[in-house]
Design a protein around this ligand. Sequence first.
Ligand SMILES: Cc1cc2nc3c(=O)[nH]c(=O)nc-3n(C[C@H](O)[C@H](O)[C@H](O)COP(=O)(O)OP(=O)(O)OC[C@H]3O[C@@H](n4cnc5c(N)ncnc54)[C@H](O)[C@@H]3O)c2cc1C
Ligand SMILES: NC(=O)c1ccc[n+]([C@@H]2O[C@H](COP(=O)([O-])OP(=O)(O)OC[C@H]3O[C@@H](n4cnc5c(N)ncnc54)[C@H](O)[C@@H]3O)[C@@H](O)[C@H]2O)c1
Length: 458
Amino acid sequence: MNRSFDAIIVGAGQAGPSLAGRLTAAGMNVAIVERHWFGGTCVNTGCMPTKTLVASARVAHQVQRAAEYGVNVPAGVTIDFPRAMARAHTVTMNSRGNIERWLGGMDRLTVLRGHARFESADTLRVNDETISAPRVFLNVGGRAAVPAMPGVDDITYLTNTSILQLDTLPRHLAVIGGSYIGLEFAQIFRRLGSEVTVVEKQSRLIAREDEDVSVTIRQILEAEGIHVRTDAECIAFAKHPDGATVKVDCTSGAPEIVASHVLLAVGRRPNTDDLGLDKAGVHTDKRGDIVVDDTLATNVPGIWAMGDCNGRGAFTHTAYNDYEIIAANLLDKDNRKVSSRIVGYALYIDPPLGRIGLTETQARASGKRLMISKRPMTRVGRAVERGETQGFMKIIADADTHRMLGAAILGISGDEAIHGVLDLMNADQPYETLKWAVPIHPTVSELLPTLVGDLQPI
Ligand SMILES: Cc1cc2nc3c(=O)[nH]c(=O)nc-3n(C[C@H](O)[C@H](O)[C@H](O)COP(=O)(O)OP(=O)(O)OC[C@H]3O[C@@H](n4cnc5c(N)ncnc54)[C@H](O)[C@@H]3O)c2cc1C
Ligand SMILES: NC(=O)c1ccc[n+]([C@@H]2O[C@H](COP(=O)([O-])OP(=O)(O)OC[C@H]3O[C@@H](n4cnc5c(N)ncnc54)[C@H](O)[C@@H]3O)[C@@H](O)[C@H]2O)c1
């Protein structure tokens, strides 16, 4: 049997459901196909459960420090790990259920459960039927990459999906990969009581950030007892009665890590290998990302790709913005482009890193004349009052255009305060605009005008 629609959306992640809402409201008959959990990665195995666990871990950490604040907590405080995990699961299930109910009640939308695969450019097979439409929107996301590391197939390893199903706390968690996923889980599990070792093959953690950011993050994590092994060029795994051994150094006989659990957090790969893209003639690049133009159209007319699968962003907010761009261009006769997007993001260790625009390293390499300003969180009243003074704020501006080029706020509320810079950059205003703002005291954001006032040429 073949059914025809005005549009087909594959994947109910961060972009697909909202696009379904706009297309059906515009009068189109739409099919949305989801093979697994509604809400995709963010809701089920990404942002929502991890940030819920970050909250549990923060409470655990703050309780340990209670006496510093003049609050005496009786000795013998324990972590109820299953309860912390259940709390994360509840947040996920509520969100997943809301999306399912929203889509289930949407007029002109047909919800299909199953794996979609192209048979031609306008026809896909789902279970035992085919569906056709002149417009197909791909929102298939990605999954944890499992590279062919020596011994990886001999051990039981965890990914961001399976680690969320644990019901007992790991005795010793070895985290392979010291970037977003690895560092967030490392701190969560350390604060909940595991011994944790982060193994990173590059010479520093979260190496795409500036060195001062990497070094400070390492200090923050090591201060909590997380072991960090960088320059791990010879990672190899083997089975061990207590779990697995992780060989890190190339030198033979060097001490190995004996871990009860191993988490692989070494990047993600797009879910594009099982979509039948060749049948539709859609091009991918060598990573497997779907190649799109500035409006997110693929090389095949009538097929678009949104979110993690197009390689143009790897965050929930960029996936959602992809939907906004497509809807604006198709339905609102607007002219929106991905290249106009100024991307901010946060790394949710505690305190978080809020980031936007160029790093200092990238700015220096650009050849522009630069102004830089940096301030430690020890000189931010809000941080001092809260007793959380780790980190720093840094802004980089163009000395000729007076536009902000980038910022990093590693410290309490860094993920929120960064939006002051993000808004300024989106408004395309000179940094002096911030200098004369009158922010609220005591906040982290109130230091942005001070930072601007301290900008020095380099
Ligand atoms: C541990 C972790 C923490 C994260 N934390 C954050 C964070 O704090 N902030 C942030 O911005 N981002 C975070 N991210 C990234 C964020 O989750 C992703 O960028 C976002 O979910 C991408 O959304 P998407 O819509 O592109 O894809 P997804 O959310 O992955 O959705 C894709 C959907 O398509 C379905 N699908 C795939 N193939 C098919 C097919 N052939 N047929 C039918 N259905 C199919 C999948 O089942 C899935 O439901 C995190 C990611 C991880 C792994
Ligand atoms: N807070 C957030 O917004 C958030 C949180 C989690 C994930 N995410 C998204 O998920 C994506 C994937 O995150 P990720 O941390 O898995 O990947 P990543 O690509 O950011 O980092 C992978 C890390 O693993 C290291 N690595 C790669 N191969 C290795 C090996 N063989 N041995 C040891 N180390 C190795 C890399 O050097 C790198 O540091 C990110 O791009 C991000 O957009 C976002």
